[in-house]
Design a protein. Sequence first.
Length: 168
Amino acid sequence: MDIRRLQTLDAPVYRAFRLRGLREHPDAFTSSFEEENLRPLADTEGRLNTPGTEKIWGAFVNGEMAGMVGLSHETRVKNRHKATLVGLYVAAEFVGRGLGRTLVNAALQDAREGGVELVVLTVTDSNRAACALYARAGFTAFGIEPDAIRVDGISFGKQHMFLRLPPS
């Protein structure tokens, strides 16, 4: 397994992998396959080329993308101590190998090194495996937003979680 920050050249592979995750698990993401599929590759390239605000890691197994996660840094003066963990997805054929936890750890390590003191995330409250993963990583739930997203008319709540990191 190889975990690394994605670069602009990874855009086609990352885009296809992300679209797969959005299509297979529409209730797990706020973004939708239908909207993201309409965006040009240049949007994905731009997303991978914003190292000061957003970083995305990929997990590769035998050269194949198997997982992804992002960390979105706040830029406003009052929020610079904070970042949001986003877009964790591990392909079904790679689940159970510890990739999710390894990806989360990579993002948290980067957050620590960047002076981030608070990492927040949202997770679909019915996704028990993801909620448990985040809890094992040290995140604490602080509330559920009811009806946070709707997929095909079905309402899903989002659990809000946080993790305090020691100041550097």
